[in-house]
Design a protein around this ligand. Sequence first.
Ligand code: SIN
Ligand code: FE
Length: 401
Amino acid sequence: MAASAVPLKLSARFSNGFDVCTGCTLPEGDRTDKPNLRRLSLFPAFFGQCDLTFCPEGWIFASLCSPNLSMAAMTNTAVSDTNADRASSVPPRLPITDYDAQQGWGGAARGAERSRWCCEQLEAGRILSFDSLPFDFPQADRDFLLQQRQNGSRIHKNISYRPGQDVLRGSVTDSPEDVRRLHDILRHFSREITRLLTRVLAPYAPHWSLDYASYRPEEEQGRGLPLHKRNDLLHVDAFPSRPTQGGRILRCFININLERSRNWLTTDGFAQLAEKYARPAGLEEIARQGGSAGSFVNLLKRAVGLQSANRSAYDKFMLRFHDYLKENSDFQRDCPKIHIPFPPMSTWMCYTDSVPHAVLSGQYALEQTFIIPVRALVTPEKSPIRILEKMAGRPLAGRAA
Ligand code: SIN
Ligand code: FE
């Protein structure tokens, strides 16, 4: 199929769509020589091949290989990475096509540049995706996980693995041998994802804390969970039992279903959501009250090791915001929506505390969570805590985060 080169320039805000221009003022050579120029293949699942080149002036050169691609459709998906103002707009999936399980990024210097860029993209609200599982995950292990469900529903719910303590939770299989196997598989998965992210997101690796991993064998469609536990409603993540003090929740998912996609929904990014909903959700009141660490009851709770006693104002707000978004039926109904199918045997990662997400359908996913402290971020000013602090006009957690 013949590709036509279409020069585009984004308008000031994503939601205003594109201005379609007749040409870029940059000389041809400059378009490819700029050090921060990016080439991406975006959204092949929606449009067929669509190669975008971002240049520093905010221009995008799109080689559109889909004959049916309309500009209207483009406005719902593509973004420029050159303008901080747009970082908070609709978070797109960003396929990574130049990372290889064996070769990594293909060289130390290139790796340093690419992994820093990946951190920037994640912090700007993008979802990085790979159309494969770029790490070791033996087929026998995957078959075992899929069979567990098929052979008489021996696993009924999410299984969690705590790498810090090497503990498996939630397994309801009655065979000790199966429990051991499951434990081995999740331990291996957790280590492999850690190795993968150590290479893909190198700047974070010295700083992160490894959180839980999970196996999600349930069909997500129609699970009938209570409102605040529903994953099919748009939300941002916050953990009641593990306050982060402003640290970010980074999650890496894989879909091991051989036939079906895992289907996500997303909408405007965190900055836009906060601008609209943080005050109605109670930001100012929570900021005024501060964290829970000081009270006598919380001192007691801390003495017996209850993490929830360490909730900063940030943690309290994020828990509230999670619930508020799920409770808000107008928001759920009326917000702009982008459907993202994650195909069989693919991998994706994002900051789920700032990328609003809902999973509409899908079965057999695994996930590993990392907590990234604010000091490790390459653009901390884009983090939810800094956005909320700016709105509230005061710190929402101790500066140690
Ligand atoms: C979630 O964090 O809401 C769940 C996402 C998923 O399982 O795909
Ligand atoms: Fe979530």
